[in-house]
Ligand binder design. Sequence first.
Ligand code: SF4
Length: 441
Amino acid sequence: MGRQGVGWCTGVPDRRSGGHAEPTRRQPAGTAMADLIEPKSFDTGVLFGRALLPEGPAMWSYSSLKEIETCPRRYALSRADYPELWGQNGYPRVPVPAAIKGDVVHGALEAIVRALVRAGCSSTRSADAVAVLRELGGYTEVAKRVLAAQLARLDGNPRLSSERREQLTRALNDWLPEAREQIQTYLTRMELHPGADAPVKAATTPGGSATRHAARRGDHPERELVATDLRLKGRVDLLSVDANGAWITDFKTGAEDPTHHDQLRLYALLWVTDTIANPDGLDVSALVAAYPTHEVEVPVPNASELSGLEREIIARIEAAEAVATSDVPTAVVGEHCGVCNVRGLCDRYWTTSAPNTAEVADGDWYDLQGTVVREHGVKSWVLRETKSGHEVLVRTPTPSFALPIGLEVRVLGARRTVDPDDEDSLIAVLTGFSEVLRLAG
Ligand code: SF4
């Protein structure tokens, strides 16, 4: 059997269903197949990388607006379909442990708070709360279940080798005791306000199928707010309503960031505008960013500031929609490219931003494009770099990690190495985490 390129984007089709696409204007819920508009095809030049671009979403959110404003191409390629690569929506993501950890803490908090509120507990220290937690299996068990669900979402991901997945699973399971502490710290500080009224059927989320209802007095974890006229929505981590107004809390697992304030102000706009969730027109009482060790209260915008924010959002959505319908999504190169999940597909990144091997410092990680010229040894290959024309010696981690001679490839995650006895030679080392994409001939 011939050698195989470990870490290759093999494009093994995976026709499993279960992708989690946002509803778009191209495919609103309940639309008949015959009514669907043909998606625009965008050729990325990478084998199995033909992208069927999404239309703009039916509703915008804080994160989708931010993403399209940062780089329209990243927005489009992240959400496109890749029928030759796999059957799920979006370009497969290389899992980022920090992001998964954040999702696990969020998910566990949501499950626990929901159960506590349902049981009428006002604090995690009460006897009732202890019984609820026991029934859930304890903090660690809840986190474990949420983690298992997160890991299951990686099934069929063609960018994730089984070896990498095992390592990731091990590392995340080892982290669970830390997750437990973090979840407990959040909950210990939290005052709960049970007493949410029974849901009253009222409306359906535009572009979706969820039934929406008024948020009556009490706590509402993971509550969706919608400003239908603005075509804007958001999901608040914890909405607490009393007779005077709403407390809006967003859990943040990372460091403080000014954009967290922007997000909370946008939630304030959503709350005062959402006539389904807030039929009595209650004000916002407080906006809170809850970090693992402390909380930060963000000033609540007054009526004139909210009007200004509304005008700003209308203009931003207009601009985003104009960009979202482009046939060739604009690529905005910047520092963000280094962590861009679709940079392997982005020609502009490779022609303008990716460095030449000679410019990279010893030990630094970088991305490399070139044509494989010849095999040099059992675990080494010579590649002619596309931009510089220089030959680079590429060392692979195992003899079975093969590169295709005569073909042009993009390598994501190579490590520059300088040989002290021959400082002028250009050497790049690949690891089990490196990824090699083949350009379509
Ligand atoms: S690599 Fe940079 S320019 Fe290209 S899609 Fe990603 S963020 Fe945009």
